[in-house]
Design a protein around this ligand. Sequence first.
Ligand SMILES: [Zn+2]
Length: 96
Amino acid sequence: MDTINEDPIPCVECHAGVLQPRRVTYFTWLGRELITVPHFPAWVCDVCGRREYDERAIQWLNILLDPNAGKPTPSNRRTPPHPRPQTGIHPPMPES
Ligand SMILES: [Zn+2]
């Protein structure tokens, strides 16, 4: 028996197709920022196109995107002040 045992995952949407492993671009929101993750592992139905994202990949992504995962949320987050850009305008040196 040297056949590779691949369990076909039946589609719960159409019950006719099988979910195929694919690499898709995953979109998620991090606060107000839209994060795109290319080549994200997902399962796509070959009949209706339903997408199931890899659960472990989602968890891995959440850990990546949320550095406070598993930790108690800090009471206040310090935001560094924006560095003021140099104007480049200097007062003329007095010449005498
Ligand atoms: Zn389907």
